[in-house]
Design a protein. Structure first.
Length: 423
């Protein structure tokens, strides 16, 4: 690094850090909680999410039966998703979607879009509008989730946090560069030492020095220790919030991707009653998935989800999803086949890893961000990462405040000296 470049990077890192501080404090704190989203949500709202079996070993109802019960209970909305993965003693969670008020009318959002069902009896345990904190504590964890990805400001907040994530990504490299050994004027004596030895002080904490030096080292060395994961968090946040605007154009230029099924045309006549009903679609999905598993050389672990999208494709589409050997997440796999809702014709298969480098990278980035792999040890690590983001933001703010105070003091001292000289 040249001596001329370093001051510019220092200035960028300083003002980028100050701009990001508030956002990263919020993201770090909420992210540390969201690692345990399901556990905390069930702890806050056990009446919605806990469902004890009526007797030891009692069987759970088929997920499609549960979906049908929800649909019958809420005829003014569409239960377009059926979670196929069942968890003992945990309520089944069904999503409700809007229906058009008329053939050409606007969509009417249901007052609540999550319904909780006892998987053993089919009893409705309750409902909520996901993320609406005005409904009370039952929406605490969903509201924290909204704060984390959109500041609870929906699209505008998503875009703002996406820009923050992009700035954070660039600042990751600026901050790392500033830890590298700076050129010295006595180059012969300085360069005689091995480069790694000159960089080593940046990784150390001066525990026995004053509080300012320790704070500085916590910021510099702490950032280096977890730099790789900081970059993963920053760039995956861009993938979440600026997918089409930034992430896709960059990554599709560099890596191959599978075809995007979202590009399918809108159906001219959306219908909730396709030729393949839910049971037939499940059998078709199982058949198509088994064929693709043989063709692409992967194994199926468990079913996870069925979705009917009446507005996509010529006749609407079915999405049948499983967790397979191509998935890296502990739960809720994303291996899926998409097929025509009337004919059952396979339209698309999507594999989370192994099919295209770009998709494999995105699967790893997003799974690491959500702590969705490697079990409890990695979730504990990601909780620590949330704390680390808060710590790095706080120590950076302290460094700026200390330096600002020093500059203010120096200017005051210079003014006083000038007055004395003038006298």
């Amino acid at each position: 690094m040249t001596l001329a470049l370093r001051p510019s990077l220092v200035l960028f890192h300083r003002w980028a850090g100050l701009t990001l501080t508030g956002f990263l404090l919020l993201a770090g704190l909420t992210g540390a909680l969201l690692v345990w989203y399901e556990e905390l949500d069930a702890w806050v709202s056990p009446h919605l999410l806990r469902a004890a079996p009526p007797a030891p070993g009692a069987p759970m109802l088929d997920p499609l039966v549960l979906r049908q019960k929800v649909q019958a209970q809420y005829p003014g909305a569409y239960a377009a998703m059926a979670p196929l993965q069942q968890i003992p003693s945990h309520a089944a969670v069904m999503r409700l979607f809007a229906l058009p008020a008329s053939a050409a009318g606007p969509f009417q959002e249901p007052p609540n879009d999550q319904v909780f069902v006892n998987p053993y009896t089919g009893e409705m345990l309750g409902e909520r509008k996901w993320g609406d904190i005005t409904q009370g504590v039952k929406n605490l964890m969903p509201f924290i989730y909204r704060l984390h990805y959109s500041l609870a400001l929906e699209k505008a907040g998503e875009t703002l946090l996406g820009i923050v994530a992009l700035l954070w990504t660039v600042d990751c490299f600026a901050g790392a560069w500033l830890t590298l050994p700076a050129p010295k004027r006595n180059k012969v004596a300085w360069q005689a030492r091995p480069w790694l030895l000159r960089w080593w002080p940046s990784w150390k904490l001066r525990w026995r020095q004053d509080s300012y030096k320790l704070n500085f080292d916590l910021h510099r060395a702490g950032g280096l220790w977890v730099w790789a994961m900081l970059f993963v968090l920053a760039w995956s946040s861009v993938a979440f919030n600026l997918h089409q605007e930034v992430y896709d154009p960059v990554m599709r230029t560099l890596f191959a991707h599978q075809r995007d099924e979202q590009g399918q045309a809108q159906s001219l006549q959306p219908s909730r009653a396709p030729a393949l009903d839910w049971a037939a679609a499940r059998k078709t999905g199982q058949k198509l998935m088994a064929e693709q598993a043989r063709l692409h050389g992967f194994s199926i672990i468990e079913e996870t989800l069925m979705v009917h999208d009446p507005a996509r494709g010529q006749h609407g589409i079915w999405r049948y999803q499983v967790r397979s050997s191509r998935d890296i997440r502990d739960r809720w796999g994303s291996t899926q086949v998409i097929f025509d809702a009337d004919t059952g014709e396979l339209l698309h298969i999507w594999l989370p890893t192994g099919a295209a480098a770009g998709d494999t990278i995105r699967t790893w980035l997003t799974s690491l961000h959500m702590a969705a792999l490697w079990g409890t040890p990695f979730r504990l690590f990601m909780t620590g990462m949330g704390v680390a983001v808060v710590l790095l933001s706080a120590t950076g703010l302290v460094i700026w405040m200390r330096k600002r105070q020093a500059r203010v003091f120096a200017r005051a001292r210079d003014r006083a000296a000038a007055v004395l000289v003038g006298e």
